[in-house]
Design a protein around this ligand. Sequence first.
Ligand SMILES: *Cc1c(COP(=O)(O)O)cnc(C)c1O
Length: 238
Amino acid sequence: MDFAERVEDVRRRVEVACRRAGREPAAVTIVAVSKTFGPEEVRQAADCGLNVLGESKVQEAAQKIPLCPGQLEWHMVGHLQRNKVGLAVKLFKRIHSVDSARLLEAVNAACREEGCVMPVLIEVNVSGERSKFGLPPAEVPALLEQSSRLMNVSVAGLMTVPPFEPEPEAARPFFRRLRECRDAWRASTGFELPELSMGMSHDFEVAIEEGATWVRIGTAIFGSRPPRRPAADEGEGP
Ligand SMILES: *Cc1c(COP(=O)(O)O)cnc(C)c1O
């Protein structure tokens, strides 16, 4: 498959999954995760009508974004370090990966300086100790409470990365758990939390069936990534 065919294939699979779940395809946004790929591939994605792009490293995004078409909306999907927040809020329209009170405070402070309000998602570790990042579910209601005192961030929803299992169905309990947490917190805190960022190339159909509104898709669109050594000072690897 060439680039356009891969995008077509992903779109069709999104639609089929939506139909299966009785959901509108318009309720699901593809975040095309372009990490490790350059401006040329990003332009191809844009030519296919993908206008929401995701990156997982601030430094890489800072080099790439100025070379890419201007109309694109960029989302930070990877682990965010506090010392990169100042740059991140300049580059990104959304941050999917807020996983601590200190990080939320730092994003708020940076956005106050920037004069913007950042919609963020809280990354939840629904699998317990099996995954590195994300806040334990028990700590989320307090973070929501805290966010209502911060004027330059708004919590738009929740995000999760389940532990990797080759079988996509294995991710379903984690996606379902995130949605159930959202429903419970919506009732207990009054936060709507409309966005659920969950599902990647190999399990996005399952995530859509469980209520994903943003699916973060890299490989299925851009092809497989070259292996790279994890940089010592950055977060999540490829
Ligand atoms: C890389 C990455 C993705 C996309 O992964 P694929 O398996 O290539 O679709 C999604 N979310 C996060 C947080 C990532 O780092």
